[in-house]
Design a protein around this ligand. Structure first.
Ligand SMILES: Cc1cc2nc3c(=O)[nH]c(=O)nc-3n(C[C@H](O)[C@H](O)[C@H](O)COP(=O)(O)OP(=O)(O)OC[C@H]3O[C@@H](n4cnc5c(N)ncnc54)[C@H](O)[C@@H]3O)c2cc1C
Ligand SMILES: Cc1cc2nc3c(=O)[nH]c(=O)nc-3n(C[C@H](O)[C@H](O)[C@H](O)COP(=O)(O)O)c2cc1C
Ligand SMILES: *[C@@H]1O[C@H](CO)[C@@H](O)[C@H](O)[C@H]1NC(C)=O
Ligand SMILES: *[C@@H]1O[C@H](CO)[C@@H](O)[C@H](O)[C@H]1NC(C)=O
Ligand SMILES: *[C@@H]1O[C@H](CO)[C@@H](O)[C@H](O)[C@H]1NC(C)=O
Length: 693
């Protein structure tokens, strides 16, 4: 995945420039509640970027930094921080890497420990919020405040902890934690425990984390002499019901992401990752011909938002949770009756952040701000045990919290979310003793979902298209069906636009009109994320694109753009697209459009398809690529750009390997030499990937 450093720099600049204004306007002078849902930078603009000062101000001596894109690393950091307090009485807080400067790491007091929980992205790149830290710490000669050189071991007094999140199916497995750890070692810092690595690829992330953390605590106890005590639950948030307010009151947030949206003045801030634009959906349609799966094409209008995109960028969709699951959780927690009661949520401790604006309602929190449908964490179940409704339920949830195999059998493999898990542990019972604060602490903040824009900005500068396959997974051997939150929300919007009935028997029942009905009509909250996945600036350069399934999204944009350029009379280079799907008659995306593009581009466009289930034997894009080896290599020699996009890191790796082999065979080289050439293509940006999983 391409990281948009420039974007971050622009954003940081913007935010710093107007931070003071934002803070006053958003939170007022007396409201200390930080809002992570809105500009992280903006929210804490008043706070120092100096680590030591910040820790002293809040009387802490352990800081858990996270480098996180989709929230897992952030979640781990906050779990570690809570555990540090509950089990060992440590004075602990979490830190977003982008909110601090690291020049004075050489002056951190001896009784202080810093931890780094870091996810890896793209080609071994840092997450957006870790870019500056990463570049600083892994730089050749990081400049610390005392001016010591690397040889003098400037960080010799620093004690740190390190855990990485990665997926071994990517080439640069966990490279963030590995490189940061090596850099800290080189600078003389001392690590507590091992540098842990969690692996999404093997599906063992959570278990890797849990077992690493126990060895880390052991090392921490031995090195620093900690005393373990009986863990006591201390709520991170205070929940106060407000009898003086109703959901109709003007000051109550019903799901609005910030005060500008609340006041009906969303345009008071630029639209970005902290402030979504409520965009009208111009049109929507189904792309599959088969009834049992859905793939949506939607055209989202950005006019009037001042948002812009260029071909190859991503659009982020802000999801709403389905009403069915919101109600399920409210019910199992015993708060369904008071779902519209207005509450204030405030941090019990100055370092906790409330991830949404308040006053608000239970319903709004669970519907718009918290990831309630996601997989359940085993550790969280263990934390819920003391609040079980019966001894039997307590024993059962304790077992699930402590026994990995039982947990996998009864929870993970069933694809249960938290409410479904609580229902299954204690059928018919209400878990009314669980403090609502614990729910907020144990679940993560809802994350926007990214989609590769499938339209060309040259052709339609204000309207972005998306191509999204609707996630619907029937649990093996079960009757339960897992429904992806965002894609089913989009499906419901499409159905509304076409006046179709919800085909679901029970109905997921999304609230499509949004807070205060402000999404009425057919609207969806979005922002744009710029990427480096780009067409060559010179349209005569040849391009080779590999995009099976929805991986074709950005390539529809690429081909659309080149077809338009050709029609305008520009010279356009060879444009080859490898597309794959199951069956030509079922899920061949944009089958008719390619014919139009063919007309515009003539011989310069070639579409090569791989239908895996049309028989006689399975073929995938990488096989087709090898069949066209001579042509592919010829184009590479002419400076072709090579692109891979899709929802499987597995496919991307197969394609990478196939290309190395093609180059080797065509040029009479060894496989190793072929791979070397592919590596060089990557480093010179001629080989670009946009992959997700
Ligand atoms: C850079 C980028 C570009 C992308 N481009 C596209 C694109 O062009 N088209 C496209 O269709 N997608 C694209 N995606 C993927 C997209 O962002 C979403 O991840 C996808 O649409 C699913 O979102 P969802 O909210 O519907 O599903 P979610 O609710 O987020 O669920 C996603 C998956 O998580 C797992 N899961 C969720 N809940 C549970 C549970 N309780 N128990 C066990 N497992 C669970 C399941 O495997 C499920 O399928 C892209 C992703 C990235 C990062
Ligand atoms: C688009 C994408 C690219 C990724 N690239 C890598 C990679 O290069 N190396 C790696 O070890 N893990 C990679 N991963 C796995 C993530 O690091 C892992 O899923 C992690 O749990 C994400 O943490 P976060 O939720 O805090 O962002 C990638 C994941 C995605 C979705
Ligand atoms: C709109 O965007 C442009 C460029 O991105 C920027 O210079 C301009 O200030 C923005 N205008 C408003 C009203 O935000
Ligand atoms: C959606 O939420 C709004 C309040 O924010 C409410 O007025 C409306 O009735 C809800 N719609 C549905 C279908 O629940
Ligand atoms: C890790 O990569 C594999 C292989 O592409 C993929 O199937 C899997 O979903 C990824 N894991 C996660 C949890 O993202």
């Amino acid at each position: 995945m391409a990281l948009d450093l420039l974007d971050i720099l622009v954003l940081v600049g913007l935010v710093l420039g107007s931070a003071y204004f934002f803070r006053e306007k958003l939170f007022g002078k007396s409201d200390k509640t930080a809002i992570t849902g809105l500009g992280k930078n903006a929210a804490k603009a008043g706070k120092t970027r100096n680590i030591i000062e910040r820790m002293q101000q809040s009387d802490k001596n352990v800081m858990w930094f996270y480098g996180s894109q989709t929230g897992t690393a952030e979640d781990y950091a906050s779990r570690l921080s809570k555990e540090a307090g509950a089990r060992f009485g440590l004075k602990s807080m979490t830190g977003d890497l982008e909110e601090y400067d690291f020049e004075n790491l050489d002056e951190v007091p001896e009784d202080t420990v810093l931890a780094f929980v870091l996810a890896t992205y793209g080609e071994g790149e840092p997450t957006d919020n870790a870019v500056e830290f990463y570049e600083f710490i892994t730089g050749d000669e990081p400049m610390f405040s005392k001016g010591e050189s690397v040889e003098e071991k400037p960080l010799r007094n620093l004690k740190y902890i390190a855990f990485g999140l990665g997926n071994n199916t990517y080439e640069h497995y966990n490279s963030m934690v590995r490189r940061v750890d090596a850099a800290l070692q080189k600078l003389g810092a001392t690590r507590i425990g091992t540098a842990g690595e969690g692996d999404d690829g093997a599906g063992t992330m959570e278990e890797d984390f849990l077992s690493w953390k126990e060895t880390m605590w052991e090392a921490y106890k031995n090195d620093v002499g900690l005393e373990e005590r009986e863990a006591v639950y201390e709520p991170a948030f205070q929940i106060k019901e407000r009898e003086d307010l109703t959901p109709e009151s003007d000051s109550v947030y019903l799901g609005e992401p910030n005060s500008f949206h609340l006041e009906g003045n969303a345009k008071g801030l630029p639209f970005n990752a902290h402030n979504p634009f409520i965009a009208p959906i111009d049109s929507s349609k189904e792309l599959f011909t088969t009834k049992d799966r859905n793939c949506l094409h939607m055209e989202i209008n950005l006019k009037g938002s001042n948002l812009s995109y260029t071909t190859g960028d991503h659009v982020a969709v802000w999801p709403t949770n389905p009403g069915r699951e919101v109600l399920r959780l409210l019910t199992v927690l015993g708060i369904a009756e008071k779902k519209d009661t207005v509450i204030n949520v405030s941090p019990a401790d100055s370092t906790a952040k409330v991830p949404f604006p308040t006053p608000t309602t239970y319903d709004a929190i669970l519907r718009y701000h918290i990831e309630i449908c996601a997989p359940v964490s085993r550790q969280f179940l263990a934390q819920l045990a003391p609040f079980a409704p019966s001894d039997e339920a307590k024993a059962k949830i304790e077992l699930l919290g402590s026994d990995k195999d039982e947990f996998h059998k009864q929870v993970a493999n069933q694809y249960f979310n938290i409410a479904q898990t609580l229902e299954a542990v204690a059928p018919g019972q209400i878990w009314k003793n669980i403090p609502f604060s614990l729910i907020l602490e144990g679940l993560t903040k809802i994350q926007p979902r990214y989609y590769s824009i499938s339209s060309s900005s040259h052709v339609q500068k204000d309207v972005v298209a998306i191509t999204a396959v609707v996630e619907s997974i029937t649990v093996p051997g079960g009757t339960h069906v897992l429904k992806g939150v965002t894609t089913n929300y989009l499906l419901a919007l499409k159905q509304k636009q076409h006046g179709e009935e919800d085909p679901e028997p029970n109905g997921l029942n999304y609230n499509l009109t949004g807070p205060r009905n402000r999404y009425d009509g057919v609207h969806v909250p979005v922002h744009i994320r710029h990427s480096n996945f780009k067409l060559p600036t010179d349209p005569t350069k040849p391009i080779i694109m590999i995009g099976p399934g929805t991986g074709v999204a950005p390539f529809r944009a690429f081909v659309q753009e080149r077809a338009a350029l050709a029609q305008e009379g520009q010279e356009v280079g060879k444009t080859i697209l490898f597309f794959g799907c199951r069956k030509e008659s079922e899920d061949f995306l944009y089958a008719d459009e390619w014919k139009q593009y063919q007309e515009a581009l003539g011989d310069n466009f070639k579409l090569i398809t791989a239908f895996s289930r049309d028989g006689p034997k399975k073929v995938y894009v990488q096989h087709r690529l090898e069949e066209h080896a001579a042509e592919v290599d010829e184009l590479l020699k002419k400076g072709a750009y090579f692109y891979v996009c899709g929802d499987a890191a597995h496919m991307a790796r197969e394609v990478n390997t196939a290309l190395g082999r093609i180059v080797a065979e065509q040029r009479g080289l060894t496989i190793q030499q072929g791979d070397e050439i592919v590596k060089r293509l990557r480093s010179s940006n001629l080989y670009q990937e946009d992959v997700w999983s």
